[in-house]
Design a protein around this ligand. Structure first.
Ligand code: CP
Ligand code: NVA
Length: 310
């Protein structure tokens, strides 16, 4: 049997594959706008979506993608499954592989996704872990490519990250290593990304730079992006983080220091007034609604790619 193509980290696809996925997503977006779907690809085939964390975009965009490819999404809250009662992952993976054509999963610990994938004979797709969010960054890159001259131009665009070094920044670092684009990061003290991910990405891409000030990171950048101060699971640190992240807000002044025509991205959900001002997220540089929409298109392209047609 052929080995399944998992998508757990951004690095699970080559540069060529990422470009192909984005190009395909652009085509699927245009076809959908013209009223045409690919109902034959997953015709009648189920894909399971498992969640142990909240979700709006990921849940609905994946379910819509599966439906628009002709398949059926089985959605379960992991708390309702036997997983959280201690059933071994090796058992869960082999059982699910007998029912469904793919597994989309949002969970805390990425090591458990890796273990699930080890035993699964169908593709496992990471829909966010504490460590990474690769589907989001794929959608973000599609959005940047739409606004900034296409997929081939991405490698020469300067990306800037302001704020928490959590799952989103870890994934941006891996994307920067794969694409080779300059990435500047400004994180408050104590909130740098995962050391291993950072070191590896910096050793592969000398154009990654850690900046001491947000102004240094944003100056002349083509894309400015950020995330909430307290990710899921860190809500109890909210008050401390509001203090620690003082000065790490994307506001109109910061956007003015970026390149002319710079784009603002945010994976959402956002907390306007904290990590970004209302003026910026609702302003002309903001591409956040396209960014959210593009999750649907890149995930369709991804499902089509990793789950071969019968
Ligand atoms: N951006 C994102 O993954 O949103 P949800 O948490 O709503 O799925
Ligand atoms: N970093 C955020 C991303 C949400 C899509 C979180 O993990 O909560």
């Amino acid at each position: 049997m052929q080995k399944p193509r998992h998508f757990i980290t951004f690095r699970d696809m080559s540069l060529e594959e990422h470009k192909r996925l984005i190009t395909r997503a652009v085509e699927l977006k245009a076809e959908r706008a013209a009223g045409s779907f690919r109902l034959d690809h997953l015709a009648g085939r189920p894909v399971i979506m498992m969640f142990s964390k909240n979700s709006t975009r990921t849940r609905v965009s994946f379910e819509s993608a599966i439906t628009e490819l002709g398949g059926h999404a089985v959605v379960i809250n992991m708390g309702d499954s036997q997983w959280t009662r201690g059933e071994p992952l090796s058992h869960t993976a082999r059982v699910l592989s007998r029912y469904v054509s793919g597994i989309v999963i949002r969970h805390t610990k990425e090591a458990e996704l890796v273990e699930l994938a080890r035993w699964s004979s169908v593709p496992v797709i990471n829909a966010l872990t504490d460590e990474r969010h690769p589907c989001q960054v794929l959608g973000d890159l599609m959005t940047a490519s739409e606004r900034l001259g296409g997929v081939e131009a991405l490698a020469s665009r300067t990306f800037c990250w302001i704020g928490d070094g959590a799952n989103m920044l870890n994934t941006w670092l891996e994307a920067s290593a794969v694409f080779g684009f300059p990435l500047r990061l400004a994180c408050p003290e104590g909130y740098l990304p995962d050391r291993g991910i950072l070191d590896r990405a910096m050793s592969e891409n000398p154009r990654i730079r850690i900046c001491g000030a947000v102004s240094e990171a944003a100056e002349g950048a083509d894309v400015v992006t950020t995330d909430v101060f307290a990710s899921m699971g860190f809500e109890s640190e909210k008050e401390k983080r509001l203090r620690d992240f003082r000065g790490y807000q994307v506001d109109a002044r910061l956007m003015e220091s970026a390149a002319p025509g710079a784009v603002f991205l945010h994976c959402l959900p956002a907390h306007p007034g904290e990590e970004v001002t209302d003026e910026v997220i609702e302003g002309p540089a903001s591409a956040v609604w396209d960014e959210a929409e593009n999750r649907l298109h890149v995930q369709k392209a991804l499902l089509e790619y990793v789950i071969p047609a019968l």
